[in-house]
Design a protein around this ligand. Structure first.
Ligand code: S3P
Length: 170
């Protein structure tokens, strides 16, 4: 699948950003990290946007960013946010001109990777582990339903990127 934009989707901590970097390096595409794109526009971190303006505001900014990014000329790898593809309006926009690849990583790996993380506002709760597993189980079928490809990404980022290239036939 030559020159087809690629959107990486999956739960927080599944490696969308790190695998995205490797993938963009392998296929020579531009790399866009959706959270960074929004942060740069607003000159605020994602946590600060949640804190100052609330989640709904962030979701609107996320949707606008998807629309803007899709108009780019050069092929790109887009590392989405963990919530991006759980919104039908984003799936609809992104599918117009990209394939969606789910980075499938088990809950245990995610939980270990996020153990000391403080940058995810959705996990800032006293019952963090419970929240994490509930959200993971709720979202996994949603991710699977929108993904054109589901790729095992429970491995070093470079290997996961190679897996993606093989799966999508790039
Ligand atoms: C979110 C995931 C985050 C970020 C925001 C909301 C989510 O991105 O967009 O905190 O709803 O899962 P990462 O998946 O890159 O952490």
């Amino acid at each position: 699948m030559k020159n087809k934009n690629i959107v990486l989707c999956g739960f927080m901590g599944c490696g969308k950003t790190t695998v995205g970097k490797e993938l963009a390096c392998l296929n020579g595409y531009d790399l866009i990290d959706l959270d960074d794109f929004i942060s740069q526009k607003m000159q605020l971190s994602v946590s600060e946007i949640f804190e100052k303006y609330g989640e709904d505001f962030f979701r609107d900014a996320e949707h606008s960013a998807c629309k803007e990014i899709l108009r780019r000329e050069n092929p790109f790898v887009l590392s989405a946010g963990g919530g991006t593809l759980t919104f039908e309006r984003n799936v609809k926009v992104l599918k117009e001109n990209a394939v969606i690849v789910l980075l499938n990583v088990p809950l245990e790996t995610i939980s270990a990777r996020l153990a000391d993380d403080t940058s995810r506002p959705l996990l800032n709760a006293p019952d963090r582990e419970k929240r994490l597993s509930e959200l993971y189980l709720k979202r996994l079928p949603v991710y699977k339903a929108c993904a054109d490809f589901v790729v095992n990404a429970d491995m070093p980022a470079r290997d996961a990127a190679v897996n993606i290239m093989r799966s999508i036939g790039s």
